[in-house]
Design a protein around this ligand. Structure first.
Ligand code: AGP
Length: 364
């Protein structure tokens, strides 16, 4: 895409709206319908090496770290390799044990974030194998890594990341599918995920069509001084990312918690003035998530649910189309980008250049 605003008032809005095309681009040319897998030659991993991986550790900062958390879940569920994500800044300062059987993956939109680059360099010094999941072609992290994949989101100008977050998660779905099909993911499971991936661009377009409704909700909740975001397992990183987005551009304080942790402390905060945004997918945890909504309602908390069908306990529900359980986080994040955007807009914030932030943090 060009740097032209293309009729949008802000780059953030333009970049949110570009997501169907961006997702189409990250998928293009990579799907193998014959073997129900994907081709990611840039990973530089042959089948024997891929089978030898014992753990995956994903490193990134901010939004890229959140994409990495979803990526870890995808790798664990599709490839059945233990995987987790950690802020790169924390990792490099705790003198980590570098394990030759672990695959390290550095995630970065810019490919220039100093904390991520330093973690990659530290890993390489200690003999670790590092791949990059990066947007900017030829950037420092892409050059330093042993291999990787570009996420092909196109140029992202707004300081806050939207389309690159979505594309990074899709890139992780491709990596997880690739590793899974080399390991124990069956042909039919591979097909199920490929079909789900192909549905994403049209489903994102469908969500973008409900912008008017989301704008009204944003205006209704914009008076909040603070907001709670909750989700469970796959929904928790969606909650983390949505709360970061709201903080960054609206300056409303927001907290994200696993829904299961509410009773271990944050429930004390619930009252009518603290709205909760709840991620409630139609998956095996639906009843557990509904129980959390009941707990909040019992304390007179306002609830905005993002779900696959209307939630009776919620004051409002944003209904999103259903995909495969593993891919649902990709879709559930989109309306929350619009919610943050319209909240910030109604508060008169400078959306593309939020105070105190830079697009790429190239210093410590
Ligand atoms: C995204 O909205 C933020 N601007 C920020 O958290 C960002 O994701 C982080 O600084 C990492 O940047 P990178 O992806 O370019 O490495």
């Amino acid at each position: 895409e060009s740097y032209d605003m293309g009729g949008h008032d802000t780059y953030m809005h333009k970049e949110i709206c570009e997501q169907p095309d961006a997702v189409d681009r990250v998928l293009r040319g990579r799907i193998d319908d014959r073997f129900n897998t994907v081709h990611l030659g840039g990973l530089n991993l042959d089948a024997r090496e891929a089978r030898g991986i014992r753990r995956v550790k994903i490193l990134g900062c901010g939004t890229s770290y959140h994409a990495g958390l979803i990526g870890a879940g995808l790798i664990e569920s599709l490839a059945r390799i233990p995987a987790d994500a950690e802020p790169a800044s924390e990792f490099r300062y705790r003198n980590p044990v570098v394990d030759p059987d672990t695959l390290y993956i550095a995630v970065s939109q810019s490919g220039e974030t100093y904390d991520v680059l330093a973690a990659v360099q530290e890993l390489k010094r200690k003999g670790g194998r590092v791949l990059g999941v990066v947007n900017v072609v030829g950037s420092a992290i892409a050059r330093e890594a042993d291999g990787g994949t570009y996420v092909h989101a196109g140029p992202e100008v707004c300081v806050v990341s939207t389309k690159c977050f979505t594309n990074t998660v899709v890139a992780f779905a491709l990596i997880a599918l690739h590793l899974g099909r080399i390991r124990d993911l069956s042909v039919s499971e591979g097909r199920r995920i490929i079909d789900g991936l192909r549905r994403l661009p049209a489903q994102i377009s469908e969500i973008l069509e409900s912008e008017g409704e989301i704008k009204k909700l944003a205006e209704e909740y914009a008076d909040a001084k603070s907001m709670m975001f909750i989700g469970r397992v796959r929904g928790y990183p969606v909650a983390l990312e949505a709360s970061l987005k709201l903080k960054e551009i609206s300056y409303i304080h927001a907290e994200a918690y696993p829904a299961s942790e509410l009773k271990h402390g944050p429930l004390a905060l619930i009252e009518p003035a603290l709205p909760t945004v709840a991620i409630v997918p139609d998956d095996e945890l639906l009843e557990k998530n509904r129980a959390a909504l009941e707990e909040i309602k019992a304390r007179s908390g306002r609830i905005l649910a993002v779900a696959h069908r209307e939630q009776e306990k919620a004051d409002h529900t944003i209904v999103v189309p259903k995909n495969e359980d593993e891919l649902d986080p990709i879709l559930m994040g989109i309306p929350l980008q619009l919610l943050a955007y319209h909240t910030a807009l109604s508060l008169g914030r400078d959306i593309d250049k939020p105070r105190n932030l830079a697009k790429s943090v190239t210093v410590e």
